[in-house]
Design a protein around this ligand. Sequence first.
Ligand code: FMN
Length: 291
Amino acid sequence: MDTPRRLRPSGDRGEDMPPARPFRSQGLRPGPLGGRRDAPPLGQLADARPLPDPLVPAPSDPEGDGPRRHGPWCATQFVAAVQMADRAGYDMVELHAAHGYLISSFISPLSNQRTDDYGGSLANRMRYPLEVSRAMRAAWPAERPMSVRISATDWVGEAGVTPQEAVDIARMFREAGADIIDVSAGQTSTEARPVYGRMFQTPLSDRIRNEAGLATMAVGNITDFDQVNSILMAGRADLVCLARPHLADPYWTLHAAVALGDEATEWPKPYLRGRDQARRLRDRAQEALRA
Ligand SMILES: Cc1cc2nc3c(=O)[nH]c(=O)nc-3n(C[C@H](O)[C@H](O)[C@H](O)COP(=O)(O)O)c2cc1C
């Protein structure tokens, strides 16, 4: 039998990357170098055998009854994704229960029009999302965190998920194994009227964190490191996610670390001369300001 080919996308330099300490023991760790100490080096799976194909055909559903017939099959797809993430060496997985995707469409009363045990009350609307969450948690190593992303409001007032209901939703996911709630909003209805602005979803994270006593991630139009630090220091979230700023500047975090005078952030070895230059330029700019 052929020996599986091992991918080495960055050649030997991939192994220059120092492993990071585990998430739970280190708290927030800015920088590009995620990964557990025991994780295989980039591109080298410890076990290169292919997983059994998880994408078995869905059962046919002539009566159109979703969760009872498709639910267990669909949950196996989430579990297969978790198993693949584990084998690929990921530090964290997230159940996407926001933005109108499958799980979100159970949670929101705008999309969930069911009249059986999976629709109506919040407990019923959460039944399938919690089944999936528990199945994922059971498949994911206990020492590694699992996040759940929710839409903490449908932005349609009382007809949809409200921020108050989101506190209960977050609690229910916590009880079903989530370590942290990634607090997004909306994208569930064309009727939505979002109140958009700087850090516009952070109040939702603040509410869930402080009313339910849960760890949260804040996300949404957070663009500079002062905002990030203010959110963390004010206890409005435990982690902060930035999406578009990293599209504009993939090294956003490294640049923020230099600007803040942070010396602890690890840079990939091939980039160290860029780091040193960035620090010199920062020091010169500060001296010029003082002069
Ligand atoms: C190009 C792009 C693709 C995105 N894809 C997804 C996605 O697949 N699922 C998701 O939940 N959010 C997605 N988002 C939303 C981001 O995760 C994030 O919540 C949103 O951009 C707000 O954060 P930001 O203001 O830092 O960009 C996407 C955003 C962008 C810009």
